[in-house]
Design a binder for this molecule. Structure first.
Ligand code: NAD
Ligand code: SER
Length: 315
């Protein structure tokens, strides 16, 4: 059967970049993008787009049937910072959208599911350096609780119903094409915009708050690689640890100063500091490297160079 892909929540930070990569690989008509918000007019010519609320099973099912969809990438979610403001809304979206997609696969209407988890599944009691794949997981954020529950359900649907669901625990992602959507790691994108625009940045995390991070190109490569891997090489059906680099706000500022010597960072921690303090500083992703050949490319200085180059024309 020919591959036809549906992306739910495609207008966000990951979806915009994933959609264009998938369209380059499979052809633009083979990849249907969708989101709860109407698509930007300039993107309309890039391929089919449907307005879909990911909590609406019928709406997803209709599009799956109409376009003969085989694979669904579920990216609709409420991220960590916004989820602290609206915990029940986050639970509702993050869980019900996942059940909708898992149930479509269970009923044989689609073949394969990608659903991202996050470093937010870990908590204060987790070993924070080189956090192992299997370890103590006591997330305390509303977002982390929904991601951990989601992981358990992915494994359940795989074991009980044979659903081919694949997942990655993304670290904080850095990209320039779209603004991030309400996470704790968003500072690592905003800092580049402010460095170019104002030559200074007030960071909402403390200077020594180290978190696992990754450039979007690496994250997209990992996603494509995981989804292409033979079924029996996927040994973990809750979610794979994934890592590239770790840094803190002071270190990203120092990387920017190499290009913008007058850049200054100051610190005004807010409620997101408490979330960040429960997350690991670095991740052991050896299972992903072993099972499906994951390897990262971008260092912090590579990311800084690419971000500043691509954002320069905006300011
Ligand atoms: P984002 O906030 O940028 O995009 C999410 C998209 O979902 C938005 O376009 C939004 O309009 C859409 N959406 C919201 N409610 C919807 C609904 N009811 N129906 C359909 N669409 C809806 O998020 P992102 O950064 O692209 O993240 C995508 C996935 O990756 C999420 O599951 C997120 O938890 C996970 N993740 C992201 C990061 C990161 O750093 N970006 C890290 C770890 C995990
Ligand atoms: N980048 C995400 C967030 O901060 C992690 O899942 O919410």
């Amino acid at each position: 059967m020919k591959k036809r892909i549906l992306i739910l929540g495609a207008s966000g930070q990951i979806g915009t970049e994933l959609a264009s990569r998938l369209r380059k690989i499979y052809g633009k008509e083979k990849v249907v993008t969708s989101d709860i918000r109407e698509q930007d007019k300039s993107l309309k010519k890039e391929g089919p787009f449907e307005v879909i609320d990911a909590t609406d099973y019928k709406a997803i099912e209709n599009v799956v049937i109409n376009y003969e969809i085989t694979d669904v990438y579920l990216l609709a979610a409420i991220l960590s910072a916004t989820a602290e403001k609206f915990p029940l809304r986050a639970w509702d979206l993050n869980m019900n959208s996942l059940f909708n997609v898992l149930n479509l696969a269970k009923e044989g209407k689609i073949n394969k599911v990608f659903w991202p988890s996050s470093i937010a599944v870990f908590g204060k009691t987790t070993p924070s350096i080189d956090t192992p794949q299997k370890t103590i997981m006591e997330p305390s954020s509303a977002y982390g609780i929904s991601k951990q529950a989601g992981e358990r359900w992915c494994e359940y649907y795989h074991k009980r119903y044979g659903v081919d669901v694949r997942s990655i625990r993304y670290p904080g992602l850095i990209s320039y094409k779209t603004q991030p959507g309400g996470g704790t790691t968003d500072y690592a994108v905003d800092i580049y915009h402010k460095a170019l625009k104002h030559k200074k940045y007030i960071c909402f995390l403390k200077e020594k708050t180290t978190l696992p991070m990754m450039y979007i190109d690496d994250a997209i490569e990992a996603t494509l690689k995981l989804m292409k891997a033979p079924k029996d090489s996927i040994k973990i059906r809750n979610s794979y640890n994934l890592a590239s680099i770790s840094f803190n706000p002071k270190e990203i500022a120092n990387s920017i100063i190499k290009h913008i010597p007058e850049f200054e960072i100051s610190y005004k921690p807010d409620f997101r500091q408490a979330i960040a303090e429960t997350w690991p500083q670095s991740i052991d992703d050896s299972e992903a490297r072993k099972d499906w050949g994951w390897e990262h490319k971008y260092s912090l200085d590579d990311i800084t160079m690419d971000m500043l180059k691509n954002l320069a024309s905006m300011y």
